[in-house]
Ligand binder design. Structure first.
Ligand SMILES: NC(=O)c1ccc[n+]([C@@H]2O[C@H](COP(=O)([O-])OP(=O)(O)OC[C@H]3O[C@@H](n4cnc5c(N)ncnc54)[C@H](O)[C@@H]3O)[C@@H](O)[C@H]2O)c1
Length: 252
């Protein structure tokens, strides 16, 4: 077997929302495989840059709110001027709002759709264009179990993650023959800030645990293998697919 199939040495990666939760561990995972990493987050995060640079790679922190879609081109220019051409884009940043559907505020629907779906599509286009010109690139979008299921009290989130999984296939259909891989990772129930409300709900938390074949909530480190795989040449013939990292949840 080729020993360097999963190597990312010399590659430049961007991880949105890479300052905490799953994104932070994905950023560290890509760095551990050799990639330089730009972390995009709402606030500057020098401490994550330090953690990433432990792997002997370059890292930069770029504060940016991805809901500012009109400024995505400027973001792209900032990222490439500080890190160089981007080989790997991980659209990880995401938000959640919980309300019973009948009371779901329209502004919350639009907030979630804008960050989780509209901004992701725009970033795919802006970072994807030069990848297409070079016939090389890897885009990883963060889907969810709620790309497959409707969930409870999270209709906007489910709609946004359904959209991400679907347009990932659309992009792959157009870009696979041009050397650009676009795929998704669908995390299961992961112990991060996003799920604080669920984890604090003793009954729902127990019910969720009982349904996970692996018998535990996931964590950020569980994401690293799939992220490195989809960012590396090991996945060159994988297009438009969603890999579930869910402890077996979808099989139940
Ligand atoms: N935790 C889970 O169980 C789970 C399950 C399925 C999918 N996901 C998805 O995985 C991704 C990461 O989730 P997490 O659990 O680490 O969540 P988290 O809330 O811990 O982290 C989300 C990250 O996105 C960033 N972010 C949010 N809005 C942003 C904006 N407008 N601009 C820039 N950055 C922004 C946050 O700052 C943070 O770094 C999300 O897309 C989420 O939907 C999480």
């Amino acid at each position: 077997m080729k020993t360097n199939l999963f190597s990312l040495v010399g590659k430049n990666a961007v991880v949105t929302g890479g300052n905490r939760g799953l994104g932070k561990e994905i950023a560290i995972g890509l760095a551990s495989a050799g990639a330089n990493v730009a972390v995009i987050s709402r606030t500057e995060c020098p401490e994550i840059v330090k953690e990433i640079e432990v792997y002997g790679v370059k890292s930069v922190s770029i504060p940016f709110d991805i809901s500012n879609i009109a400024e995505h081109q400027q973001l792209f220019e900032q990222v490439t001027s500080r890190l160089g051409e981007i080989d790997i884009l991980v659209n990880n940043a995401g938000v959640q709002k919980r309300h019973p559907a009948v009371e779901f505020p329209q502004e919350d629907w639009e907030f979630v759709m804008n960050v989780n779906a509209n901004a992701v599509f725009s970033l795919c286009k802006i970072f994807g264009k030069p990848m297409l010109a070079r016939s090389s690139g890897k885009i990883i979008n963060m889907a969810s179990l709620l790309s497959f299921q409707g969930g409870l009290t999270v209709p906007a989130y489910a709609a946004s993650k359904g959209a991400v999984m679907q347009f990932t296939k659309s992009l792959a259909n157009e870009w696979a023959s041009k050397g650009v891989n676009v795929n998704c990772i669908a995390p299961g129930y992961m112990a991060t800030d996003m799920n604080e409300a669920l984890m604090n709900d003793v009954v729902r938390s127990r019910q969720i645990m009982e349904r996970i074949p692996a018998n535990r909530w996931g964590n950020g480190k569980d994401m690293q293998g799939a992220a490195i795989f989809l960012a590396s040449e090991a996945s060159n013939y994988i297009h438009g697919f969603t890999i579930a990292v869910d402890g077996g949840w979808l099989g139940r």
